[in-house]
Design a protein. Structure first.
Length: 277
């Protein structure tokens, strides 16, 4: 990868980054950010993450490589998967297998990023079913020393009674918590900072993702990935969210950058976070 040479210039900064006042809340990477790079060269991509100074990951996919070989490369590059993704149907039908996979990675957290629904139709029926599945699976995960977090995607912020469908989820979440993706919360019409303050005990993980200024917003849960921009350059209050997350003691904040410029943008986002006081 040609860009490895350029990104190597950031290594000293990244090492310093690990000693800043963000150490209590570690900044990691959601591996989906580099899905396209993994298609080309898995070893070099994992080395790139190491060169950035990142040590904690959210993942669970080995991108076509035998899982044990992938885990070996993680260890070689001092990378630890602390959170894995799990599909809704896996949580509903095979939670024990989810437990097994999480433990095989040494993860503490399991996140689910999507609730299946018909097209753009998502309502209280879907919400209640999801809460039932998450509470049932979450109890099994908890009994095995794991924490389940549902990753908000925007469609949960549709109106319901005097609040939103998300309010119903949060108020009925007994055995699961939430991972806030600040981009999707903002895209769905909510204020990420206000939502953190409204439910300070419900959010246990964060996805840090900024939105290009002027992006059209809705609550569909879909958007152009090219509207992902360097943290601190978009319209999401990243600084405010990070400061609040530090107060709340949220342990892991994962950068997720899904756009085609990810290799250029992640080091810049890291430098931005390092500069926050």
């Amino acid at each position: 990868m040609k860009k490895l040479q350029l990104l190597g210039l950031f290594l000293i900064t990244m090492i310093f980054f690990g000693t800043t006042n963000l150490t209590a809340q570690e900044v990691g990477l959601q591996l989906y950010s580099l899905r396209n790079q993994f298609k080309e060269d898995i070893p070099s991509t994992l080395k790139l993450i190491n060169d950035w100074g990142i040590t904690v990951l959210e993942g669970g996919d080995s991108y076509g490589m035998p899982e044990e070989e992938f885990k070996g490369l993680l260890a070689k590059n001092n990378l630890k998967v602390v959170s894995i993704g799990a599909g809704f149907n896996d949580l509903a039908n095979a939670p024990e297998q989810v437990v097994k996979k999480a433990k095989s990675y040494g993860a503490t957290y399991v996140m689910c990023a999507w609730i299946p629904h018909d097209g753009n139709n998502f309502d209280i029926v879907d919400t209640k079913k999801a809460v039932e599945v998450f509470n049932r699976a979450g109890k099994i995960l908890k009994d095995n020393g794991l924490k389940l977090a549902y990753h908000t995607h925007g469609f949960e912020f549709r109106p319901y009674k005097d609040g939103t469908l998300f309010d119903y989820m949060a108020e009925n979440a007994k055995y699961f918590d939430f991972e806030m993706d600040v981009y999707w919360v903002h895209h769905g019409g909510e204020d990420p900072l206000k939502l953190l303050r409204k439910y300070p005990s419900k959010f246990i993980l964060l996805h840090l993702k900024d939105m290009e200024k002027g992006t059209k917003k809705d609550n569909t849960g879909h958007a152009d990935v090219e509207t992902n921009v360097v943290l601190g350059t978009g319209e999401v209050d990243i600084a405010g969210v990070v400061a609040e997350a530090k107060k709340m003691g949220i342990k892991y904040m994962f950068i997720e950058d899904e756009c085609s410029r990810v290799v250029d943008q992640v080091p810049k986002s890291l430098r931005y976070l390092e500069g926050l006081k």
